[in-house]
Design a protein around this ligand. Sequence first.
Ligand code: GLC
Length: 546
Amino acid sequence: MTPEEHPLHQHPTSPAARSALHRWRTDRSGSDWWRDAVFYQVYVRSFADGSGDGVGDLAGIRDRLPYLADLGVDALWITPFYPSPMADHGYDVADPRDVEPVFGDLAGFDALLSDAHARGIRVTVDLVPNHSSDRHAWFAEALAAAPGSPARARYVFRDGAGPNGDRPPNNWPSVFGGPAWTRVPDGQWYLHLFAPQQPDLDFTNPEVVADLETTMRFWLDRGVDGFRIDVAHGMAKPEGLPDMLPTADTGLLADHGPGDHRFDQDGVHAVHRRVRRVLDGCPGSMAVGEVWVSDDDRLARYLSADELHLAFNFKLLTAEWDAEELRTAIDSSLATVAATPAPACWVLSNHDRPRHVTRYGGGELGTRRARAAALLQLALPGAAYVYNGDELGMPDVDLPDEALQDPIWERSGHTERGRDACRVPMPWSGDEPPYGFSASPQTWLPMPAGWGPLTAAAQAGDDASMLSLYRRALALRGSSPSFAGDDLQWLPAPAGCLAFRRSGGLVCYLNLSGAPVPVPEGRVLLASGPVDGGRLPSDTAVWLQT
Ligand code: GLC
């Protein structure tokens, strides 16, 4: 299909466009495309700025589609680009069915979608059901309405504790610091698990669930291929909103574990079943959930046949650079999905956590390890998510206090710096900021000096670069039968090394032992570092065809 033939060149909701869209969906090979897809996470503010205001946008993504096609990714996940006052950089959504002017408009989204599809790249978008922005029309209505009114019943408003109701209704903390409750002038309190500008919605209210379905249909009708569901372990709250329980050992309120009543409540599964029903009506579409739970069995519950297609497994993102830890992370991720219809879903970095180059030690060491980690991640069976800039080996950036924008910085009373370090804009070309990211030198987060060699342009011409490694890895993964099969078999390997075989014949061998080891038999398909003389250096991985 040429870009002109794409259904979205017609008005997206016209009957002709709908039937063309149906054809486009059913034409695509297999509806389970997501099972082994490589998704590329576009943090929209930081990927590419098409309008020249220093903030990334949809036009910037559209301009860079040739880059993404050359990179070889199968699908995009675009972080929220909906109208938002940006208290949490788009995760505070004022209208989930429109485009924030800073990022473009609906026509610009349609054009991006159509061009991406024409290049064979699928597009998934963020769905943020747990909360809205405090500037959402519903919240304005709720504030104007009386306690106990239907407008308040879309959110979680409660009377306070204590004789005057001047204490929060329970002891829940906000994930971003401080209490999870804010008081309104008439004395009631509303719940916000994140910033006060992100009031939680009440999913026991049928209107709230119906509105989520309307939002999903809105984007599916335009042609999106699926959703990443934000805080997919949120939404349901326990009856009576009981206090969280301190853990026995520390006496502290634990995040995301037993005793944390804010998340992973049984009622959440009913919401996921509703979400799945909408997706089942749209063959070829899918959802991946951001599910932070401490227990593998709890995670598996989100992956039953009538719930999520995929759930991020964050074990690789939290594991240290240590052979045993990585092996445990892989085993437990595979065990989690074994009894479900879902494949595993691997993540090394995202917009909420320190980038893996930095986690692995930074500098030359962190980069060498990140190269090996890329071959590990992309050799594993299942889907993989690459965060924009992973393919350039971007590190975190030490930003000055005055540049910090993450609400965590303020909410923690300046004790936690938040997530800006991993959200610095991508360097595209040139030798100084803004490195082709924007026409404006004032980028929304400052870009450091010295990133010339990190730019996509500099790396594209360098065979030994991180970008060239990713391109080769993705090309092999997408074309070689060695990557077939859902299973993984561990092979004997020296202490500090990991080796496994896929049923298609691929062997991935990773050396973290601190000393070179002999490269096993097989044809070398790709290596993250030199394998001269039949020896694999430490912090290096190799793909072999056996
Ligand atoms: C998710 C997002 C994060 C956001 C939070 C609240 O964890 O990944 O960026 O701040 O949800 O929406």
